[in-house]
Design a protein around this ligand. Sequence first.
Ligand code: F6P
Length: 425
Amino acid sequence: MKIAVLTSGGDSAGMNAVVRSVVKTGILKGCEMFVVREGYEGLVRGNADGQRVDPVAIHNLEHIIHKPSLIQSDPDKNLLHNLRFGDGDLLKDGTSEWVGGRTLKGRYIVRVGWDDVRGWFAEGGTLIGTARSKAFRTPEGRTAAAHNLIKEGIHALVICGGDGSLTGADIFRSEWPQLVTDLHSQGKITDEQREAHTHLRIVGLVGSIDNDMCMTDMTIGAPTALHRICEAIDNINSTAYSHSRAFVVEVMGRDCGWLALNAGIAGGADFIFIPERPPKKLPWEDEMCAEIHRHREVGKRKTIVIVAEGAHDAELNPIRAEYVKEVLTERLGLDTRVTTLGHTQRGGRPCAGDRILPTLQGVEAVEALLESTPETPSYMIGVHENKIIRAPLMEAVALTKAVGQAVRDKDFDKAMELRGAEFGE
Ligand code: F6P
């Protein structure tokens, strides 16, 4: 079977470990493995017809980049190639086209081999690129994507991304039979291709720093982001203590407070604002100031307030870090600074958890694909109570959306209840 893997939406630490695990597991199980560059956008763009990568030329280019002295002293480029890659190199027979991801202009669906993903567990971001594709949201875009997959003979897709990306995958799968019929009636695919592609197998892994997906205990990238935030708060703590200052730290998480809440616990924050559980009393300024005043009265020299980027009050008015600073300055007389951690939370090397979880989930993803039939639901690979699990993708997405809706309805108790109901607890 030919399997392609792509990363979609905001990058997160551990996405490369997913790709590595899926590629290696697929090869071990006898599959041909592909990566799709730039997320769904790459599926829509596909491969420029007739354009193939010349592996020898690329290897020589690598030498010019890495070993200019060698290229001067020995003009025999093939010799240089052998020096670096050895004779039995997988890439030489043209089975892999990746070669460090360079010179792939015009090619988005790229055959990869075992060595291409070596060491990827330790790399931050996503090496195969990601995008929030507008084209894939249109029927024309999805038709082009189906055509490109069929042209490459690919039957199965692994998608690593957030809930939006995984919903897109399920829509694509449900539309697949119609897309194939349309492509055939337009004469774009042959009878044989139609027969060979009646069913698209998909499986999703949740890559998101926000840890905002229901039916899994942890999303890929969340542990690393949390670790980054904790380190930043440790740094802030020492300077805050020195000057007896207050800091308002804004953290990511979109509509989810998981990062803010856990960073607050791990970093000893005085007050935390999260979207799912806004301060009960209005005006919240009184509640916050009373609490921080009490902490100062018992001798605390520093104050840390964490604001999730999606935080709001009980009436859904956004709570902004700059406004919190004004309140602390004016009402408590605290010398206050704001730190917005931004994308430092998302980038960088994955922690151990974001190498182990994606590796185990990648194995499960390939197994789920191999067992998939037109009747089985699309699965999301998750983790629950330390076990790798398969959850029906659309149920997980629906539950996640219901939590968001409960917050928008100001029914915060229901939001918490739904969160707890995800495993029937
Ligand atoms: O979903 C991941 C996330 O990092 C959110 O926490 C944040 O709101 C958003 O993506 C930022 O997106 P962008 O990188 O497009 O600014």
